[in-house]
Design a binder for this molecule. Structure first.
Ligand SMILES: Nc1ncnc2c1ncn2[C@@H]1O[C@H](COP(=O)(O)OP(=O)(O)OP(=O)(O)O)[C@@H](O)[C@H]1O
Ligand SMILES: [Mg+2]
Length: 239
């Protein structure tokens, strides 16, 4: 369970996030949309406690995100994953999953990497030879190995080919069925509509719209997004 209450983050007086109220329950996939600089990464970083709020509260499974204990309830995939180039995909998975408290052995790590769609012949190649999408799959496998209650994703599908993006949507569905609470920043309206149970549209640090994805068609979502980006006012409205 992820919860933000009146969450605000300023950088030297400049608002990056203003008064965010948001909750993601187990089995929900909340997709955050918004232009560059809208505050999506800031929101995710606050849940990860990489940065501290200026005011308001951010909770993970009912605990303040500043509590170290929340780490075990969180898995995180950043847009650009730093893996060890000299290690293979399988070795990276074992290393990073180990840091997260999971201990997949070699066969288990091979199985996990195959389950996220990494080509079997790549599993024992050095990651330095991987494409961006292949590295991203290792990140997804690391997050999966941890079996955390909450998953935070910052533009996970950027740079994935359509097949990989589809594989990824399937993984999200599996995690959703396993009652994981998922918060995902994305620029992909199609995936947000397809994979999200809820969609939020942010603008200049404000969550302007928050809706259920089955309340809106893809075309309506696109129109709403474009109108929101065009509108002068940053005032909150109810969709
Ligand atoms: N470390 C920082 N210091 C100062 N300002 C920052 C810092 N990090 C982010 N900001 C500002 O906070 C605002 C929100 O940025 P954020 O990274 O959350 O946007 P975003 O929605 O993730 O954008 P993108 O789609 O480009 O990833 C921007 O105005 C940005 O310039
Ligand atoms: Mg971002």
């Amino acid at each position: 369970m992820l919860q933000a209450t009146n969450l605000t983050k300023n950088y030297s007086g400049h608002p990056a996030l203003t008064d965010l109220n948001l909750s993601v329950a187990p089995g929900e996939v909340y997709c955050l949309l918004g232009a560059n600089g809208a505050g999506k990464t800031t929101t995710i970083n606050l849940f990860m406690n990489f940065i501290q709020p200026t005011s308001g509260e951010v909770m993970v499974n009912g605990l303040n995100a500043q509590a170290l204990e929340t780490k075990k309830y969180l898995a995180y995939i950043p847009e650009n994953l730093n893996l060890y180039g000299n290690l293979t995909g399988s070795e990276n998975l074992q290393f990073f999953a180990g840091l997260g408290g999971a201990k997949p052995d070699k066969p288990a790590s091979e199985k996990l990497l195959e389950s996220v769609g990494l080509q079997p012949e790549a599993i024992h190649k050095r990651v330095a030879q991987y494409s961006k999408g292949m590295r991203q799959k290792v990140g997804i496998a690391i997050a999966k190995a941890k079996q955390a209650d909450n998953l935070l994703l910052d533009e996970p599908t950027s740079g994935l080919d359509p097949q990989a993006s589809n594989d990824f949507a399937r993984l999200l569905r599996d995690m959703k069925e396993n009652r994981v609470a998922i918060l995902m920043a994305t620029h992909d309206l199609f995936r947000a509509k397809e994979s999200g149970t809820h969609i939020g549209i942010m603008k200049a640090g404000i969550l302007v719209h928050s809706l259920k994805s089955d309340e809106i068609t893809l075309t309506e979502l696109e129109n709403l997004y474009l109108e929101t980006m065009k509108a002068e006012s940053h005032a909150k409205t109810n969709y």
